[in-house]
Design a protein around this ligand. Structure first.
Ligand SMILES: Cc1cc2nc3c(=O)[nH]c(=O)nc-3n(C[C@H](O)[C@H](O)[C@H](O)COP(=O)(O)O)c2cc1C
Length: 200
């Protein structure tokens, strides 16, 4: 039995203390991220996932958008101070992957395959989840940490303008990545009996 991939899966964690001390080049990081998305399966091979990788000023710009946008959303100055710290921790990362679903492709398949029309949007999201986890894992396998955030939909309009995002791409997640400045705390697991059944 080969458990190598299981060991790599265990390496992937939500890393919240991210930094800029990454030894891989931007080209190498792009190769890993794009490769992971390209190899992720999608229903009917519809390839509905779109990504934008932000480095440098573009990465900073995203997290400035989030911080400014949240100012009008949080109820008090005190809470906003905590929010600002959290956003600063994402900005301290090296880069961010933005994940989108191209709804125009989903709509095409809904027309082409009416029998499964109701399933196509959920399947697109499942494919996206697979892509996010493949990127997260391939980065972890290269000692690059990441976490997954969801400031959509409140940032969608500003992100669309800032990064020239096509109208049909719907923002679904933001993944800051960078050097692992502090490892994740130990993870707890529910009892295996609660979630697994093996029948023979
Ligand atoms: C679909 C999905 C959505 C998530 N959304 C968020 C999020 O919005 N913010 C966040 O900090 N973590 C988010 N997480 C991270 C989970 O909280 C985390 O994966 C989980 O607690 C297990 O920890 P681990 O990633 O270290 O294994 C998300 C994870 C998944 C799979």
């Amino acid at each position: 039995m080969n458990t190598r991939y299981l060991e790599i899966l265990k390496e992937r964690r939500s890393i919240y203390n991210l930094g800029k001390n990454v030894s891989l080049t931007d080209t190498e990081l792009t190769t890993l991220i794009e490769g992971a998305v390209r190899e992720t399966p999608t229903s009917f091979n519809a390839q509905t996932i779109r990504t934008v990788i932000l480095f440098g000023d573009k990465h900073d710009q995203l997290w400035d958008i989030v911080a400014n946008r949240l100012k009008s959303e949080v109820p008090s100055e005190q809470i906003y101070e905590n929010t600002k710290k959290k956003i600063a921790s994402f900005k301290a990362a090296y880069g961010t992957v933005l994940y989108f679903t191209d709804r125009s492709v989903v709509a095409d398949y809904e027309k082409q395959v009416p029998l499964y029309a109701a399933n196509l949007a959920p399947w697109a999201e499942q494919g996206l989840g697979g892509a996010q986890q493949n990127v997260w894992t391939v980065l972890a396998d290269n000692q690059v940490g990441a976490n997954l955030q969801h400031y959509n939909p409140i940032i969608d309009g500003e992100v669309r303008i800032a990064f020239d995002i096509p109208e049909t791409w719907v923002l679904r997640g933001q993944m800051p990545f960078g050097s692992i400045e502090k490892p994740a705390a130990e993870k707890t697991y529910i009892d295996d009996q609660k979630r697994f059944r093996v029948l023979k």
